[in-house]
Design a protein. Structure first.
Length: 88
């Protein structure tokens, strides 16, 4: 039961981040330069990597992976969580 909840919450979190990032990018293109545009589109980046996995026959390197979070991403997460709770 907990694994299913974790999976569903991960999907909701990912969808919220994607939708919020899309809205943030649209606002960056459509809002005129000024304080409102800076407020809604300024983001914080967190990154890690590269991560290397070397199994004798196969080697894999991922990264660096970067996550950009802005105000609209957080609004997207809250919106996706609200819609999930409302419909499911």
């Amino acid at each position: 039961m907990h694994r299913k909840n974790f999976r569903v919450y991960s999907i909701v979190l990912t969808m919220g981040l994607l939708i919020g990032s899309l809205v943030g990018e649209l606002l960056a293109r459509w809002l005129p330069a000024g304080v409102a545009r800076d407020f809604f589109t300024t983001s914080v980046a967190g990154s890690f990597g590269p991560v290397s996995i070397d199994l004798v026959a196969v080697a894999l390197t991922l990264g660096p992976l970067t996550l950009y979070v802005n105000l609209m991403s957080l609004v997207g997460i809250v919106g996706a969580a609200y819609l999930y709770r409302a419909f499911f």
